[in-house]
Design a protein around this ligand. Structure first.
Ligand code: SF4
Length: 330
C-alpha cells in the first residue's frame, strides 16, 4: 500500500472524488493536503517564481506540505478532459500543462511524481488507458485498475449530479465521500441570486478569495456557479460564440457567465479572477462587455497574495446594496 499525496487545490475541486475512489479501490491511502492556509501560501511563495499567478504559488505550497507524508505525489499533466468536437480544440492553461515539470524542478527530492498525461480528446475510452498507466506506477494489476476506474467513474457521475442539484463541490464531496447530510439552503424566498464564475480553485478556495462565498451566504443570497450547469447548457452557450477561448476552465467561466446573464432571476454576476493570469485578462473583459450589453450588474474581484478581506467585503457589500436598490426599484 502506498500513500498518494493529492494537493487540495487546482483540479482537486472537480476531480478529487474520482481519484480518491480510484486510489482507495486499489488499496492505497490518499493523503490530501489541508485546505489552503497562510502557511501553505508562504511555502508556495517561497518556492515559486515571483510572477506566477497565485493559484500556482499555492499549488507549490500544497505540494511542499505533502512531501514528508506521501510516497507519491499525484500531479497529472492535464491536457484535455473532453472530446474535441464542435468547439474546436481546447486545452488547459500552459501552467497546468507544465505543472509536473515545474514541481519536479522545484522539489528535486520529492517522492516520485505521478505525472500521467490526461488527454481525453479522443473520447472517454482513453480514461481506461490513463487509469492503467497510473495503476502500473503503483504496482497494481490491469484488472484491478480497470475495476477501480469503473468505480471511480460512477462516483464522478454522482458528484456531477450533486453539483447540478446546486451543491458546491466541497459540500458535494462531504455528502458523497463522508455521508454528510445536505445543508438546507439559507437563501430567502424572493431574495437576491448571484452567479459567481471563475476558476474552481479561485471560487471554492475560501483562503484565496477571502471567504467570498461565506460573505454572500451571510447575506442570505442564493449563489450559483458554472459548475452547477450541465455540459448541455454550457455547450449551448459555446455554440453562440464565434470561437472558443481555447482554455478549458476559461471556457467554462465564460459559458457559465453568459448563461447566467440571460437569466432574469439572476441579479448580478461576480467574476473571481486571479491577478497575473494571462487567460483571465480576456475572460474578464469579455464577460464585462457582455454584462454591459445585457444590462446585468457585474463585479470583478481580482485576487492575489495581498488581497485583504476588508477590501473584498466592502466591494461585495456595495455590490449587494446596489442590487437590492435596483430590485426594489423594479
Ligand atoms: S488559468 Fe490563470 S490562474 Fe489558472 S493556472 Fe493558468 S495562469 Fe494561473
Amino acid at each position: 500500500m502506498a500513500r498518494v499525496g493529492i494537493p487540495h487545490t487546482l483540479a482537486y475541486f472537480l476531480y478529487y472524488p474520482f481519484w480518491k475512489t480510484f486510489f482507495e479501490a486499489l488499496g492505497h491511502e490518499v493523503v490530501v493536503s489541508s485546505p489552503t492556509t497562510r502557511e501553505i501560501l508562504d511555502l508556495g511563495v517561497e518556492e515559486t517564481v515571483n510572477d506566477a499567478c497565485i493559484p500556482i504559488k499555492i499549488y507549490h505550497g500544497h505540494v511542499a506540505s505533502l512531501l514528508d507524508k506521501s510516497d507519491f505525489i499525484f500531479c497529472p499533466r492535464l491536457v484535455s478532459v473532453r472530446r474535441h468536437g464542435d468547439f474546436g480544440s481546447e486545452t488547459f492553461c500552459p501552467k497546468f500543462l507544465g505543472l509536473p515539470d515545474l514541481i519536479r524542478l522545484t522539489f528535486p527530492k520529492a517522492p516520485p511524481i505521478i505525472d500521467t498525461r490526461i488527454d481525453l480528446k479522443q473520447g472517454k475510452k482513453e480514461l481506461e488507458s490513463i487509469c492503467l498507466e497510473v495503476g502500473d506506477k503503483l504496482g497494481n494489476s490491469h484488472q484491478d485498475s480497470l475495476t477501480a476506474c469503473r468505480k471511480a467513474s460512477q462516483v464522478h457521475r454522482q458528484f456531477l449530479a450533486l453539483l447540478e442539484q446546486g451543491k458546491m463541490p466541497p459540500e458535494a464531496m462531504e455528502i458523497l465521500l463522508n455521508q454528510a447530510q445536505p445543508v438546507p439552503s439559507q437563501s430567502l424566498p424572493g431574495g437576491l441570486s448571484i452567479a459567481v464564475v471563475g476558476y474552481p480553485y479561485a471560487v471554492y478556495d475560501p483562503y484565496i478569495n477571502v471567504g467570498l462565498l461565506n460573505m454572500l451566504a451571510k447575506e442570505k443570497i442564493k449563489v450559483y456557479t458554472q459548475d452547477m450547469l450541465s455540459d448541455k447548457i454550457l455547450n449551448r452557450e459555446a455554440r453562440e460564440l464565434p470561437k472558443s477561448m481555447f482554455w478549458y476552465f476559461s471556457n467554462r467561466a465564460v459559458y457559465g457567465g453568459l448563461h447566467f446573464m440571460k437569466k432574469a432571476d439572476i441579479d448580478g454576476i461576480i467574476h473571481v479572477t486571479a491577478f497575473a493570469c494571462g487567460p483571465d485578462s480576456m475572460v474578464d473583459r469579455l464577460l464585462e462587455i457582455e454584462a454591459h450589453r445585457r444590462n446585468k450588474p457585474y463585479l470583478s474581484i481580482s485576487i492575489d497574495e495581498h488581497t485583504g478581506e476588508s477590501g473584498v467585503r466592502t466591494r461585495i457589500e456595495a455590490f449587494v446594496d446596489m442590487l437590492r436598490y435596483r430590485r426594489d426599484k423594479t
